[in-house]
Ligand binder design. Sequence first.
Ligand code: DOR
Length: 383
Amino acid sequence: MVCPGLIDLHSHLRQPGYEEKETISSGTRAAARGGFTTVCCMPNTNPPLDNQTAVEYIKSTAATEGVIRVLPIGCISKGRKGKELAEMGELAAAGVIAFSDDGEPALNSYIMRQALDYSRAFGLPVTDHCEDTILTEGGQMNEGVVSAKLGLRGIPNAAEDIIVARDLALAQLTGGWIHIAHTTTEGAVELIRRAKEKGIKVTAEVTPHHLTLTEERVIGYDTNAKVNPPLRTERDIEALIQGLNDNTIDIIATDHAPHTEGDKLCEFALAPFGISGLETALGSLMGLVHKKKLSLPTLIAKLTSEPARILGGKGGGVGTLAVGAPADITVFDPDLEWVVDTKDFASKGKNTPLEGEKLKGRVIATIYQGKIVYKDEATKGAK
Ligand code: DOR
């Protein structure tokens, strides 16, 4: 299969500040291995991307050390503290493609209202990490029978649904554009569906892991299955897939969240949240195609033309194979089986619950602006 280069609207490249977890160099190489030619990086770096200098730093580092396109996302609030708006005009002028305090919600509704008001003027979305952190304090995994059995504090679906409902109300109030990050609950899908029917300006994403893995993965206390929002239930997965198929959910984004082995090698409650997802995204999502839950054209649209639509012109005309578009191209074999081995990962983050898992569907080559940036040497593309 030959398709436009994949686009990820939600990645953590960790630079500056957490280079032991990932850098722009390693993260973009991981993206290329996963078939991505554009990644949008989240601002929860240290310092956070809440000013023009920080954004310029990402752009210049990506130009010299990256192998694919990196588009930065700027903070909603100064220092991601949720107290005072970041200089959104300055960030927009510097070229951010969205605003987000990802990892943290903008819990203060007045700040969120202002962010939606301002971002409207720039035509940019506000991407919210929807979590009522008062309700999730100390939460480790999805709240339910499994969390009760494991003795881990739960994160209820309601914590997501409450903030999604609030954000949709604020988008309606302001006319601003809310983008719901990593949707995981049946309730959130339904809220977004109704909001779209009412004409509220909302777009939404879902991750490969929330579409393919359930809370059961946490049994055995595998810290590599600890992610925020948490892996949910089969019922939520069914709702998410239906949401993709009826376009309630616009795109699939990885929420690639690399951590070091040391970070994750500890008791469950102490481990950070996050899954390293760029290199397994296409392989695991192809499982849904093989099971006939998603059609191949739908899957590819959710990874290419749909995120390009959200980017508008800001990706420079990516997400299409049209004449005149950048020659960003992904070649993959939909039927090639392979076993996930994190030793092969280009990402510094080996934190995946899929280690040793067999996936069907493998990236063969990734071409960025006419140049081959990844070629599968392990299989030589052979069946
Ligand atoms: O699991 C997660 N990890 N969820 C987030 O929202 C943040 C991310 C990270 O930065 O590690």
